[in-house]
Design a binder for this molecule. Structure first.
Ligand code: NZQ
Ligand code: ZN
Length: 389
C-alpha cells in the first residue's frame, strides 16, 4: 500500500425529510448570507425549491439566488456567481442539485475569494488557498461531488472540460435525502449509476499490490450498484434501493476506497472530451468509453480484469485461460449497462469519428500519456476512441 493522507470532513445528514435542516446546518457552519445555486428547473418542478426557500425564510437567513446551471457546467455562469457573491457579500454557497450544480458552486466558492481568473485553478496555474464554505442538498446519486474535493468545469472559450481539486472544496455538509432522487428520469438514474461504478473502477484498476481492504470496498460498492440500479429503474419510488445507491455514490468518490493506491482515471479523461464537445451526459459517455478501455488494456495488463470478472461478476475462473475469464467479466459489464439503458457507441451519443484527433490532441495537450493501469500514448487513445464507433 502507498503512503496516504485522508481528510474528508463533510458532515452528512442522510434520510427522509433532512432538507428541512438546511438553515440550521448553514448557521452551524458559519453562514449568514447565502447564495442559493441550482440547475435548470427540476427543483422548481418537484417542489424542492419552494421547501428550501421556505426553510431559509422561516429561519431569517438572507439569501440571493442563481439558477441555470447546465449539465457539464460552464464557466460563464461561474463568473456571474462570483460577481454576485462579491457584490452581495455572500459568505456561504448552497448547492441544490446534482454534480453540475455542486461543481459550479465549488468554482464560485473558490473564485469569490481569489483575485485572479477562477479558471486558473482548472488550468493548473493556481491552487485553491481559500474558498467560501459550500453546503449541498443532493438530488441525484452520481458524481459524488457531495463528498469529494473535486470540481469539473467546461471553459466556454476553448470548450475544454477540466477538473480542479482541493480539500478546501469538500462540502461542509451534504444533505442526502434519497426521496429527492425519485423524480429523476430513468436515463439520468442509469447514467448516475454508471458514473458511480466507474468512479470505483478508476480506483480498482491499479497496479498497487496488497490493497485488500480497498479492493474489497470497491467490490462491495460495485456489487451494490449492480443490485440496486435495476431495482430503482424498475421501481423509481423504491426508497431503500434509492438510499443504497445514494450512499454508494458518496462512498465511490470521497476516496475512502481509493487511498493508498495509484489510480487510473483514463476513462474519465477520455470521456470528458466527449462531454465537452457534444454535451453528452457524463455517465452515458463513460458507458461508451470504459468497456472499450477494458477491452483495449486486457492484452497489456489482464490481472485486475480477471479479479473484476471473478469477484464482481461471479464468473468462474478458467485457470487455463484467465484472459477468457476477464473477457466474460467485460461482457457481463456491457450487458448490465445495456440492461439499464446506457449507450455503447459514438452514434448513440452523437459523437463523430472525424473529431477523434482533435479530442486526443486536447486530452494530451499537457501530458505525454494518459492513465496509470496501462499508460496510454496518443496512438492508444485514438484506438480506444475508434473502438467506440
Ligand atoms: O438542472 P436540473 O433541472 O436540476 O436537471 C438535472 C440535469 O438535467 C437533472 N436532475 C438532477 N436531479 C434531478 C434531476 N431531474 C429530476 N429530478 C431530480 N431529482 O439531471 C440532469 C443531470 O444533472 P447533473 O448535475 O449534470 O448530474 P450529475 O450529478 O451526473 O453531474 C454531472 C457532472 O459532474 C461532473 C461531470 O463531469 C458532470 O459535469 N463530475 C464531477 C465530479 C466531482 N465533482 O467530483 C466527478 C465526476 O467524475 C464527474 O466528472
Ligand atoms: Zn464521473
Amino acid at each position: 500500500m502507498e503512503n496516504f493522507t485522508f481528510y474528508a470532513p463533510t458532515y452528512f445528514d442522510f434520510g427522509r425529510g433532512t432538507e428541512t435542516h438546511v438553515a440550521d446546518l448553514i448557521r452551524q457552519f458559519g453562514g449568514s448570507k447565502v447564495l442559493l445555486h441550482y440547475g435548470g428547473g427540476s427543483i422548481k418542478k418537484n417542489g424542492l425549491y419552494d421547501r428550501v426557500v421556505d426553510t431559509l425564510k422561516k429561519a431569517d437567513l438572507p439569501f440571493v439566488e442563481l439558477g441555470g446551471v447546465k449539465p457539464n457546467p460552464r464557466s460563464g455562469l461561474v463568473y456571474e456567481g462570483i460577481e454576485l457573491c462579491k457584490r452581495e457579500k455572500v459568505d456561504f454557497v448552497l448547492a441544490v442539485g446534482g454534480g453540475s450544480t455542486i461543481d459550479s458552486s465549488k468554482a464560485i466558492a473558490a473564485g469569490s475569494l481569489y483575485d485572479g481568473d477562477f479558471m486558473d485553478f482548472y488550468q493548473g496555474k493556481a491552487t485553491v488557498e481559500k474558498a467560501l464554505p459550500v453546503g449541498t442538498i443532493l438530488t441525484i446519486a452520481a458524481a459524488g461531488s457531495e463528498g469529494s474535493p473535486n470540481t469539473v468545469i467546461t471553459d466556454e472559450k476553448t470548450w475544454i472540460k477540466k477538473g480542479a481539486r482541493s480539500d478546501l472544496l469538500r462540502p461542509k455538509f451534504s444533505i442526502l435525502n434519497p426521496e429527492l432522487t425519485c423524480t429523476l428520469p430513468p436515463y439520468q438514474t442509469a447514467a448516475g449509476a454508471t458514473d458511480i461504478m466507474i468512479h470505483v473502477c478508476e480506483r480498482y484498476f491499479s497496479n498497487t499490490q496488497e490493497v485488500e481492504v480497498t479492493d474489497r470496498l470497491c467490490e462491495a460498492i460495485l456489487k451494490t450498484v449492480i443490485y440496486e440500479a435495476p431495482r430503482v429503474i424498475e421501481n423509481p419510488d423504491h426508497y431503500e434501493a434509492r438510499a443504497n445507491l445514494m450512499w454508494a455514490g458518496m462512498l465511490a468518490h470521497n476516496n475512502v476506497c481509493g487511498v493508498g493506491r495509484i489510480q487510473d482515471w483514463a476513462s474519465h479523461h477520455i470521456e470528458h472530451e466527449l462531454s465537452a464537445l457534444y454535451d453528452v451526459t457524463h455517465g452515458a459517455g463513460l458507458a461508451v468509453v470504459t468497456p472499450k478501455w477494458m477491452r483495449y488494456v486486457l492484452d497489456k495488463n489482464p490481472d485486475k480484469l480477471v479479479l473484476f470478472a471473478t469477484r464482481v461478476w461471479d464468473i468462474p475462473l478458467d485457470p487455463g485461460d484467465p484472459k477468457a475469464t476477464a473477457q466474460k467479466g467485460i461482457e457481463a459489464f456491457e450487458n448490465f449497462l445495456k440492461k439499464i439503458g446506457m449507450p455503447s457507441t459514438f452514434d448513440e451519443i452523437g459523437a463523430k469519428k472525424e473529431d477523434i484527433e482533435t479530442m486526443t490532441d486536447k486530452l494530451l495537450k499537457t501530458k505525454k500519456t494518459e492513465g496509470n493501469y496501462v499508460k496510454l500514448n496518443r496512438d492508444d487513445v485514438i484506438k480506444i476512441y475508434e473502438s467506440c464507433i
